[in-house]
Design a protein around this ligand. Structure first.
Ligand code: ZN
Length: 441
C-alpha cells in the first residue's frame, strides 16, 4: 500500500525545525519512505515513479501537514462526565462529583466513553494518547477497532491494588512490539496510594519491564498534606518508591520546589503540562520555564474531558502558551514552536516512542494530520506558520487524520466508524449513570 500526500506545506518538527513548501510525502506500509520538496529540489526522492504509482493520492495544496498530535495525559472514559461538576476545586470535584459516579461505571460504559473520546481526538488531529483509568483492556479493544495509537495505563489506588494486576495481564495481550497499543502502570497519586501500594506498583512494573504514569503535585493541598504525613514532597515520596525514571510520565507537576525539579531532571522523568485542567480547577501554574532550564522533557495533555471539558490539543496549545506568558509577565514564554514541540516531539519522548513518532522524517511512522489553511482564519496567508497553528488554528480546521498510514478521519468523516451510534451509546451511558446517581443521592 503506497500513499502520496502532494503539494503540502510540511512542518516537519525535525531537529532543525524545517518547514518544507510544496512538498510530497510518500508512505509505504505505514511508514514515511520519502520526503521531497520541489522548491529545494533536494534528492530525497528515489523515483518519480513512486509518486505516479501510488494507491492513494491526496492533494494537500493549501494544507499544512503536521505530525499527529500526542495527548500525553487523559482519562478517555470521562467524556461521559463532560460538562458535569464545574467550577469547583479538585478535591470537591473528585469527592462530590466524579468518584460517586465512577463507583457505578460498568465496563460497557467505560468503552462507550472511550469511543466517544477517540472520535473527538481523531477529529481534532490527535493520533496518540496516554490514558490513565480502569478496564484498560476493554479500552484496548476500542483502540484496536478504531485505529488510533495509545499508551494504556491501568490506575492503581489503595482500593484497586488487589484486582488491578489481573487487568494488567489481560491488557498485556494487546501489547505487541511496534504495535499501536503499549502499556504502563499508573499509581494514581500520593493522596490515593499509600507507600505500600506505591512499592507494589513499582514491583509489578519491574516484573513487566514497563514504566509509569502518575499524577504529581497537582494542588497545593496535595503538597502540604504529603509533607505533613510523610515529611517530604510528593516528588520525593514517588522517588523513594523508585517510581521516577526515564520511563515515567508526571502529569500536572505544578507544586515543585527546586529540589523536586533537580530530582525529576536527574532521574530523566518527563512531565506532562495540562494547562486547561489546571486553570479550570484553579490548581496553579506549571513551572514550565524552570523545568525546561533543568533539561526536563515536557509533553502536553488535556487531562480528562470532565475537567477540561474537551480533548482539543489545539486549544491546549493556545491556552498553555497564553497562561505562561501572563503568569510570567513575559511574552516570549511558551512560544509557538515550544508548544508545537511539546504536542509532538515532547509527547513522543514522554511515551518512549521517539524513534517512531513526533516528527515527519523518513523512516518514522505515518501518523500525520492535514490542517486546512484555506480558512478565513488563515487569511492573509501566514508567514509564521507555527504561530498560525498555535494562535489561530481551531481543531475543526483539521481535515485529515492518519495513523500508521491509514486514514482515520477525512473531512469530518470517520471511515469504517458509525459516528452516530458511538455518540448515542455515550449519551445512553451518561443518562443511566445520572439516573443511578439520583437514586443513591
Ligand atoms: Zn489526570
Amino acid at each position: 500500500m503506497r500513499t502520496v500526500i502532494k503539494n503540502a506545506t510540511v512542518v516537519t518538527m525535525n531537529d532543525a525545525g524545517d518547514i518544507l513548501h510544496e512538498a510530497d510525502v510518500v508512505i509505504e506500509d505505514g511508514r514515511i519512505v520519502t520526503l521531497f520538496s520541489s522548491l529545494t529540489g533536494e534528492e530525497a526522492y528515489p523515483s518519480v515513479e513512486k509518486r505516479r504509482s501510488a494507491d492513494v493520492q491526496i492533494d494537500a495544496e493549501g494544507d499544512v501537514l503536521l505530525p499527529g498530535l500526542i495527548n500525553a495525559h487523559t482519562h478517555l472514559a470521562m467524556s461521559l462526565f463532560r460538562n458535569y461538576g464545574n467550577d469547583v476545586a479538585l478535591k470537591e470535584w473528585l469527592e462530590d462529583y466524579i468518584w460517586p459516579l465512577e463507583a457505578h461505571l460498568t465496563r460497557e460504559e467505560i468503552v462507550a466513553g472511550a469511543k466517544l473520546s477517540i472520535l473527538e481526538m481523531l477529529r481534532g488531529g490527535t493520533t496518540t494518547f496516554a490514558d490513565m483509568y480502569m478496564e484498560e483492556d476493554a479500552i484496548a479493544e476500542a483502540v484496536k477497532e478504531m485505529g488510533i495509537r495509545a499508551l494504556l495505563c491501568p490506575a492503581f489506588t489503595d482500593g484497586s491494588i488487589a484486582t488491578r494486576p489481573e487487568e494488567v495481564k489481560r491488557l498485556a495481550a494487546y501489547q505487541k512490539p511496534e504495535g499501536r497499543i503499549q502499556m504502563r502502570l499508573a499509581p494514581h497519586a500520593v493522596y490515593t496510594c499509600s507507600p505500600e501500594t506505591l512499592h507494589k506498583v513499582k514491583a509489578l512494573g519491574d516484573e513487566w519491564g514497563i514504566g509509569f504514569h502518575l499524577h504529581l503535585a497537582e494542588t497545593r493541598e496535595e503538597d502540604e498534606q504529603c509533607r505533613k504525613t510523610y515529611g517530604m514532597s510528593p516528588t520525593m515520596l514517588m522517588d523513594r518508591a523508585g517510581l521516577l525514571g526515564p520511563e515515567t510520565m508526571l502529569a500536572h507537576a505544578i507544586w515543585l520546589d527546586d529540589d523536586d525539579i533537580a530530582c525529576i531532571a536527574a532521574r530523566g522523568a518527563c512531565c506532562v503540562y495540562n494547562p486547561v485542567s489546571n486553570m479550570k480547577l484553579a490548581s496553579g501554574f506549571m513551572p514550565l520555564e524552570k523545568l525546561h532550564r533543568a533539561g526536563v522533557t515536557v509533553a502536553l495533555g488535556t487531562d480528562g474531558p470532565s475537567s477540561n471539558n474537551t480533548q482539543d490539543m489545539f486549544r491546549e496549545m493556545l491556552i498553555g502558551s497564553l497562561i505562561q506568558k501572563g503568569h510570567m509577565l513575559d511574552p516570549t514564554a511558551a512560544d509557538a514552536h515550544t508548544m508545537l514541540w511539546m504536542a509532538t516531539r515532547g509527547g513522543a519522548l514522554a511515551i518512549g516512542q521517539e524513534k517512531d513518532l513526533g516528527s515527519i522524517e523518513v523512516g518514522k511512522k505515518a501518523d500525520l494530520i492535514l490542517v486546512d489553511f484555506r480558512h478565513v482564519r488563515h487569511t492573509p496567508k501566514p508567514e509564521d506558520i507555527e504561530a498560525a497553528l498555535v494562535y489561530a488554528t481551531a481543531s475543526d480546521d483539521v481535515r485529515l487524520t492518519m495513523v500508521d498510514g491509514v486514514l482515520r478521519m477525512q473531512d469530518g468523516r470517520f471511515p469504517g466508524q458509525n459516528e452516530e451510534a458511538i455518540c448515542q451509546e455515550a449519551e445512553n451511558a451518561w443518562r443511566k449513570l445520572h439516573e443511578q446517581k439520583g437514586q443513591h443521592a
